[in-house]
Design a protein around this ligand. Structure first.
Ligand code: ADP
Ligand code: 5GP
Length: 201
């Protein structure tokens, strides 16, 4: 994931872009591509208590901390939002996001739906996109194909999906729902949503 605060040209504040969706829907694939195609945009590195898994890069995918450190940061008010997802804590460090937005750099964050609801309350002008899988079978196949979760984790993630989708819809916090069927089409759909929302009305 790249960061490029020095390349901001927008003049005003940056836009906060929230990408949510069930595990395996394709959020990380979409965010990685968006960061390559949108040079004035930086990735928000979350903090988590979940163990590292294959493909994770410490300090880039996440900052991996223990429960005590997570609790300390939360109590100190260092997190913009936080949630528990299938037994692990996740949160967004507030400082990096605020600095980037103030410098006119857009920030993209991949957070779960509970976090998305919190951000909608705190940063109502953020752009919030929920990524849906084409169907449950595709979601299961993608998560299995990624081969990063032990069986119990995989089952918990799939079991969580229906509730996450229901909360995303019922909360009214997501302005955009995008079905990730063909990845390239989805990336461009999300990019055009962002461009539209960024354009002055
Ligand atoms: P998430 O971040 O939502 O958990 P990932 O981006 O890790 O999801 O995608 C899960 C798996 O599905 C990865 O192996 C990824 O390469 C694959 N994938 C993502 N989008 C698509 C798509 N549109 N079609 C097929 N496979 C996809
Ligand atoms: P994963 O363990 O697959 O990387 O992420 C699991 C879930 O946690 C995904 O829905 C992901 O979007 C979410 N997540 C990652 N970082 C954060 C964060 O900082 N805050 C919240 N609320 N969710 C996060």
């Amino acid at each position: 994931m790249s960061s490029s605060a020095s390349e901001s040209h927008s003049g005003g504040r940056g836009k906060l872009i929230v990408i949510s969706g069930p595990s395996g829907a394709g959020k990380t694939s979409i965010c990685d591509a968006l960061l390559e195609r949108m040079p004035d945009t930086q990735w928000s590195v979350s903090v988590t208590t979940r163990p590292m898994r294959p493909g994770d890069v410490s300090g880039r995918s996440y900052e991996f901390v223990d429960q005590e450190e997570f609790d300390r940061r939360e109590a100190a008010g260092e997190l913009l939002e936080s949630a528990t997802y299938v037994g692990h804590r996740y949160g967004t460090p507030r400082g990096a996001v605020e600095q980037a937005l103030a410098a006119g750099t857009n920030v993209i964050m991949e957070i779960d739906v509970q976090g998305g609801v919190q951000v909608a309350g705190k940063v109502p002008e953020s752009i919030r996109v929920f990524v849906l899988p084409p169907d449950r079978e595709a979601l299961a196949a993608r998560l299995e194909g990624r081969n990063t979760e032990v069986a119990a984790q995989l089952a918990r993630r799939l079991a969580a999906a229906d509730g996450e989708i229901a909360l995303a819809r019922d909360s009214g916090c997501y302005g955009h729902f995008v079905t990730n069927d063909d990845l390239e089409t989805t990336i461009e759909q999300v990019r055009s949503i962002i461009q539209r929302e960024k354009a002055p009305s």
